[in-house]
Design a protein around this ligand. Structure first.
Ligand code: B12
Length: 220
């Protein structure tokens, strides 16, 4: 099989939600010396993009998105040891977490995987993350972007608390802040002073990529 055929086969097995085939083709592609970076940027990114579009158009439902997320996670974990030490140039760094009091992490995990697939280094703080932990991570990791998820109306306010804590620590200007989750809206994002809002992972990744392109332009 040619390199292109492997990349297509992995992409299609993601789109068809075939966990076993996606694993099998990923392992075979690595054996055939296909670069893991290409599997990320072509197969996973394109596959997830197609799955995202199918979800947006109503062809796929939540359950399909979750399976695609699991497949993405599995392929990423197979590729991870092959990526370490290679001259992979990350497009940017994101600290992500579900806010305090909120245990919903499926959407956040999908966003994290899609960001990784798009070439970002992702520091995942998990769920139920208090503002102090976000601040600590920004100090330690010096990310470009802070991404927050909330699925409960009662925990949305925690997103503002994180932004306030970043301001208090003098870190707000160092990072872009993007938020998302089912109850979150563009208007809410604006009202708490976030820089962006993604209705889904596909939109979120698009925004983060645009920010990094902007940043690289101002640098040069
Ligand atoms: C699964 C689920 C659970 C699971 C969570 C398991 C887990 N590990 O995540 C469990 C069983 C633990 C749970 C618990 C509860 N849940 Co619940 N849960 C759900 C359910 C059915 C699905 C959520 C989900 O995973 N969706 C799938 C993912 C893929 O979608 P998503 O999270 O929205 O993420 C997408 C986008 O929003 C976006 N996104 C998400 N985060 C981010 C972040 C960024 C930066 C960006 C750009 C985008 C982005 O991208 C994602 C992918 O495209 C929803 C119903 C629903 N329709 O949402 C209720 C729901 C969220 N739960 C609800 C409730 C009430 C609860 C409980 C309070 C129930 C209870 N009485 O105990 C507890 C609260 C526990 C807690 N403290 O968090 C309510 C919330 C109501 C509200 N408005 O506040 C909902 C809406 C159900 C309902 N209709 O009543 N829940």
């Amino acid at each position: 099989m040619s390199k292109e055929k492997y990349l297509e086969a992995i992409r299609d097995s993601i789109v068809n939600l075939d966990f076993d085939k996606s694993r099998e083709y990923t392992l075979k592609a690595l054996e055939a010396n296909v670069k893991p970076q290409e599997i990320i940027s072509k197969s996973i990114a394109e596959g997830m993009d197609i799955v995202g579009k199918k979800f947006e158009s109503g062809e796929y439902f939540l359950s399909e998105l979750i399976v695609a997320g699991e497949i993405g996670k599995e392929i990423t974990s197979i590729l991870e040891p092959h990526l370490k030490g290679s001259e992979i140039s990350r497009v940017g760094k994101v600290v992500i977490g579900t806010v305090r009091g909120d245990l919903h992490d499926i959407g956040k995990n999908i966003v994290a995987i899609m960001l990784e697939a798009a070439g970002f280094e992702v520091i995942d703080l998990g769920a139920d993350v208090p503002p102090e932990k976000f601040v600590e991570a920004v100090k330690k990791e010096n990310p470009d972007i802070v991404a927050m998820s909330a699925l409960l109306t009662v925990t949305m306010v925690e997103m503002k608390n994180v932004i306030d804590a970043l301001k208090e620590a003098g870190l707000r200007e160092k990072v872009k802040v993007i938020i998302g989750g089912a109850p979150v809206t563009e208007e809410f994002a604006r009202s708490i002073g976030a820089d962006g809002y993604g209705a889904d992972a596909v939109q979120g990744v698009r925004i983060c990529k645009a920010w990094m392109e902007e940043k690289s332009k101002t640098k040069t």
